[in-house]
Write a protein that binds this ligand. Structure first.
Ligand SMILES: C[S@@+](CC[C@H](N)C(=O)[O-])C[C@H]1O[C@@H](n2cnc3c(N)ncnc32)[C@H](O)[C@@H]1O
Length: 269
């Protein structure tokens, strides 16, 4: 994507600093990113050469998780928070392939997500994208588009996939999860993936993320598991992403990249 091609600033898009959504687009080998985003990823590659694979593991568990939720768990409405730029196998495509008519609200605070998401969703009446900040969960829950598509008397799939590590401790990610889960009824599910402090490389990467991107908190497996407090954690629990209900064989010993993110799904009793 060329920096000079559009008046990005008028869309609220800053091309001089890396953005979380666009740097993730780089590692997903997308085209919606700028030089500054690619420079950031080049620095991360020096610490975690497998970072592109890590993004793929995250998208793969997203697919497996949404298929489970829309299938076996019978979830028909999804609140996908920190949804990111459209890529392949987005939540609504996976959910609606499993359960036609499933409703999806994408939420992201980066205006570039809305700019690209609108085009993708122009003809999908069951899906929308809004610009909002997960640090203000009450505003999201009260948003007219959320209220229009999500019936809070029926189970909701609350997705916080690859986003909670972008919240600092003093932004209270735990409290945000609790507020969201308090708003949805029994039978709803919480789906989380997060960077994990699972190696020295992860600890080093955290320093680089914090320095260049301003966020990126690599939490311990115990801290990530705490997000599911009060919920029934489904098997196999909170685990490195490739170990969550894999479609195929997994190696006995995981690499640094395979352990870099942990995730899990739980059901609200
Ligand atoms: C790594 S991407 C994850 C995208 C997608 N959920 C996935 O896992 O493939 C994280 C997304 O969270 C968004 N994000 C970060 N902080 C946010 C906030 N406070 N409120 C809403 N979205 C946020 C970023 O803009 C980015 O698009």
């Amino acid at each position: 994507m060329a920096e000079e091609q559009y008046d990005w600033a008028s869309l609220g898009i800053d091309t001089t600093k890396p953005s979380i959504a666009r740097t993730y687009d780089v590692v997903l080998r997308g085209k919606d990113n700028f030089e500054v985003d690619r420079t950031f990823v080049a620095e991360i590659v020096k610490i975690i050469p497998e970072i592109y694979d890590v993004a793929a593991y995250n998208r793969e568990i997203l697919g497996r998780g949404v298929r489970y939720l829309a299938g076996e768990a019978g979830i028909r409405q999804f609140l996908d928070l920190g949804s990111g730029l459209p890529t392949v196998q987005n939540t609504h495509q996976v959910a609606q392939a499993t359960a036609p008519g499933a409703r999806v609200v994408y939420v992201d605070n980066d205006p570039i997500v809305l700019a690209h998401g609108r085009a993708l969703l122009a003809e999908n009446a069951d899906t929308t994208v809004i610009t909002a900040d997960v640090r203000e969960p009450e505003k999201i829950l009260a948003h007219p588009d959320v209220r229009r598509l999500i019936d809070f008397d029926r189970p909701v799939g609350v997705m916080l996939v690859g986003i909670l590590h972008h919240l600092h401790d003093d932004e209270d990610p735990q409290g945000i999860v609790e507020t969201l889960m308090a708003a949805v009824p029994s039978g709803s599910h919480l789906f989380v993936t997060s960077f994990c402090a699972s190696s020295q490389e992860a600890v080093d990467a955290e320093v680089q993320y914090q320095g260049m991107l301003g966020t990126g908190r690599f939490r311990t497996p115990e801290e990530i598991t705490r997000y599911f407090d009060g919920l029934d954690l489904l098997d196999p629990g909170v685990v490195p992403l490739p170990l969550w209900r894999p479609d195929g064989d997994v190696p006995d010993e995981l690499t640094v990249g395979q352990r870099l993110m942990y995730g899990g799904i739980a059901r609200k009793p």
